[in-house]
Design a protein around this ligand. Sequence first.
Ligand code: UD1
Length: 399
Amino acid sequence: MPNGVTDTRITGDRMTRIINVVGARPNFMKIAPIIREMDKTPGIDWFLVHTGQHYDVQMSEAFFQELMIPRPHINLEVGSGSHARQTGQIMMTFEAVCLREKPDLVVVVGDVNSTVACSLVASKLHIPVAHVEAGLRSFDREMPEEINRIVTDVLSTYLFTTCDDADENLIREGVRPEKIFQVGDVMIDTLYHHLDRIQGMDIWHRMGLEDKGYAVLTLHRPSNVDDREVLGEIIGALVRVAREVPIVFPAHPRTRQAIERFGYGRSFRFFDLAHSAGDVGRAGPEIRGPGVWCCDPLGYLAFQNLVTHAGFIMTDSGGIQEETTVLGIPCLTLRDTTERPVTITQGTNLLLGHDGDRIVKEARKILRGEGKRGTSPPLWDGKASERIVHIVAKEFGLN
Ligand code: UD1
């Protein structure tokens, strides 16, 4: 236990001790509203464990500052590695934390390696696990996240879901209905919580972009970026789209490395941008004209500000499919499958794989004003965390 950790928390016989786990970038937006609700709930003694799966400032610390997440009480500092190594290291170090802290509940979010590793540890120590964002299935086991989702759900006592299809998946897999709680989407809680700040920014304008006159791209799935041919086909399509509309591309470190490794750098125009919301655009690195404009990963607020003013988004992320659905912005998903089908059936999402011609065709449709429209799923209303913490408090006899 690092010095001072126990001192910062109230302990007492009647407190319910909860460990909230985060590890990688998308976890931070999901845990922030849950922590806020736990803070308001008497009887909960929570603390935060960061596995250290993501460690670069712009992949981790920047989000803690912007989303006002308290510093993690414990950082396991596992860093990068193969799946087995990363998962194993998280398990070994997290087991020691659980043995020492004896939590009543471990809360895990999403589908990253940290999620499954900590669920395995907790359940073997007979500590109940609550999985936030349970039941999502792409039915593609080549995605490491699909395996993480299935295993975490099997091990969890409380399965908090975002939508009907997640409930149906769990029921089909034999999960007892009383363990499933449809609560909505915590990522959308964070979006709504910060929407005023996001809308009060003018990053897009300071970058020299026109309202709705550009696209935003994110790309980091191993299936898209680790294979030279697949990445080449996607980049070929992007270059064609970028002749008609500038594309802003905050690149994940994995993708940046792949671009360099495969020698695709000439397809991009690189520009520097400080990642923190306050600094972005202050130096005024103007985007002049068409091209795929690549920069370092952005902070949450700056990224969402770019998204809200974009004409459309191209992505292989999971969360962005949901955020664009809520914001009513057309989203072209560069994957063959999605674990979030509700964003297609109800929202603004289209699944395109890495077929270059389709990507160009659908982008052109949007540029002609024929982008997909949709509605938000029920319960994606900014109150998912409130529901989750209310249920947890009830289960532990706190209200
Ligand atoms: C992980 C998650 C993925 C999630 C994504 C969001 C798993 C299996 N994958 O993928 O579901 O969508 O995070 O970003 O958990 N790296 C850095 N700095 C960092 C972190 C990573 O440079 O702070 C580089 C390293 O070279 C590392 C590579 O990115 O090897 C991949 O990182 P890793 O955490 O293994 O997976 P992601 O691709 O980030």
